[in-house]
Design a protein around this ligand. Sequence first.
Ligand code: MG
Length: 314
Amino acid sequence: MKLVSYEINGKVRTGVLSKDEKWIYPTEAAGVLNEDMVGLIRRMDADLFAALQELTLKTAAQVSETVRPESEDPDCQMTDGPVLLETAALKAPITHPEQDVICLGINYMAHAVESARYKKEAFGGERPYAVYFSKRVNEATDPCGSIPAHADLVDSLDYEAELAVIIGKDARGVSKEEARDYVFGYTVLNDVSARNVQTQHKQWYFGKSLDGFTPIGPCILTADSIPYPPVLKIKSYVNGELRQDSTTDLLIFDIDHVISELSQGMTLRAGTIIAMGTPAGVGMGFVPPKFLKAGDVVECRIESIGSIINKVAR
Ligand code: MG
């Protein structure tokens, strides 16, 4: 099942894609009123999940009947019914993460090699512990939104296609074996990075947290939709040129490891986004580097989830 956020009549709503992926059906048709995506994740239980799945099987005409407002009550928040996906104003599935996005650094071996080369460090080859950091996201960039170049601050703008895991229920003290039960679903995230800023400040946080540096989407693919752990092709393109080409089973530290390890000491709240790291092929990995410039179009694509396609603003 694919869940989306979309804007209609000036409001951001949550929806579920029809089975044929042509339509967005408002989750209100399954009885969800006034919830954003994090609210929807928090209140998800077996009954609501089943109701949403049932909704995906309906025709657009059937859904229109369900959502037709019958009440004159002005507080009755009914929607305008199904929307064609290809004409919809898709938003990032989680537009305003409640906490910083948790990120994995250097979590694909081939990316470790290219990063070390760029930083001119010796590459030891051993990675005994996962590298964690975070990324502030005041507002996630929409799946087709633009990435600000921040030309006054940034001379080496880079992209990082990543699989992002969405936590489905509060996780504390979770074992590796139980970790999969806490995965709500997956999305695509571009961990946009200002290499000069992260290098100057000896820390990734600032250089990865500039406004507009976190495109997410186009949907959340619920965890039940694919086998676990996910083995998905992950790619990125810049102006149509293939840059990153890997699969999500090449993670050094996998989803079980990360959820289990982090949850030993900190509660991962439902709705938490964990970006699992990027494979080789980012701009700094090329000799000479291929950084982004205004007007470039970056596509990050993960099999079964979809693509986010973002233009660097002038
Ligand atoms: Mg990253």
